[in-house]
Design a binder for this molecule. Structure first.
Ligand code: FRU
Length: 331
């Protein structure tokens, strides 16, 4: 079948247009390569997605574990690269570091914020720029982030309160060493504990001393020294984390005070669980870092998938009675 001359011209024009478009596309991608790979091309081993991880501090073993869990999770995915920042327990530094990560052009932000109020705005700003944000363990205010991942601190506090009331037989004097009360786990572990203690139903239970030890073992030890000096009788200490409970243990040991039950939270194998095995602590509650879940969630978000707004992680209790069997899950 012969071509008419009109048909021939149309085919030539179409060919030119295609050639021109291909040439332009090649030019654009070369331009992109000169400036660094464009977002649309990321997500390969040659050009991985870049995740910024803003960690509030690396002072406690639990946070070192969180970073390790993130690193281990990401290492299985050559299409991911993680840049870690450590704010060294300083909210202002953490704010600045979030800004630096965003300016660097990250594809996704993971943040475990030191405090709620100062970190809410930088998180919201990153999110408003279209960067997916995963908030881990401590909360920010409002809803300008993609997903929150963490255990239910109120439920953990409530279990700790119930365990305390029960193990004291409904009678005794209690010290509460609180985590930083400007961070959400501190508030939730406190409120939950008081609900679990149910002081209205236990008139012989009394919280005789409470102080904010800001999650820090040395501060917990100092506060416990004050509590011991002020109270001849202390039957139980509830510390919002295992470093705090260990600080209380050291203070009581130094003061020669025996028979005080100690409860902590975190239950790392080499920290809280080990303390329970050694008999230094009576109970600790697992507080998973969420690092592995954060990487799994990041992959979903980067793949453009819809995910739930809140991922709640479970807990376990470890006591002298069950620690050798690996503790017991709490529903
Ligand atoms: C570490 C830590 C943990 C605690 C968590 C609460 O910085 O204090 O011990 O469970 O933070 O956010």
């Amino acid at each position: 079948m012969g071509l008419t001359s009109d048909g021939w011209v149309a085919r030539r024009v179409a060919l030119w247009v295609i050639t021109l478009m291909a040439w332009l596309a090649l030019g654009c991608s070369r331009e992109a390569d000169k400036q660094g790979t464009t977002k649309a091309q990321r997500g390969t081993a040659d050009s991985p997605w870049v995740i910024g991880m803003s960690q509030c501090n690396l002072g406690e073993p639990w946070r070192v574990q969180m970073n390790e869990d993130i690193e281990t999770g990401a290492a299985k995915h050559p299409d991911l690269k993680v840049i870690f920042k450590d704010a060294q327990n300083d909210s202002l530094r953490q704010r600045a570091q979030v800004g630096e990560l965003v300016a660097q052009g990250i594809d996704l932000l993971i943040i475990s914020p030191k405090e709620t109020a100062p970190l809410t705005k930088p998180v919201a700003e990153a999110y408003d720029k279209g960067i997916p944000v995963i908030v881990l363990d401590r909360r920010v205010s409002g809803d300008r982030y993609s997903v929150f991942i963490g255990a239910d601190n109120e439920a953990i506090g409530r279990e700790a309160g119930r365990w305390a009331a029960q193990s004291l037989g409904g009678k005794g004097k209690i010290v509460e060493l609180k985590g930083l009360m400007t961070s959400s786990p501190g508030q939730d572990r406190h409120n939950g504990f008081r609900a679990g203690l149910a002081l209205d139903q236990h008139p012989d239970l009394q919280v005789v001393f409470e102080a904010d030890m800001q999650w820090l073992e040395p501060k917990a030890r100092k506060e416990m020294e004050s509590a011991l000096a002020a109270h001849d009788q202390i039957d139980l200490v509830y510390a919002h984390n295992d470093p705090g409970a260990h600080g209380a243990y050291l203070a009581a040991k130094q003061a020669g005070r025996k028979g005080i039950k100690l409860i902590g939270i975190d239950a790392l194998p080499h920290e809280g669980v080990h303390y329970v095995k050694q008999g230094l602590l009576d109970a600790t509650f697992a507080y998973p870092t969420g690092g592995a879940e954060a990487i799994a969630t990041a992959l979903k978000l980067l793949g453009g998938n819809k995910i739930e707004r809140e991922i709640v992680l479970g807990t376990r209790i470890y006591t002298q009675a069950n620690v050798d069997q690996g503790g017991q899950a709490i529903d």
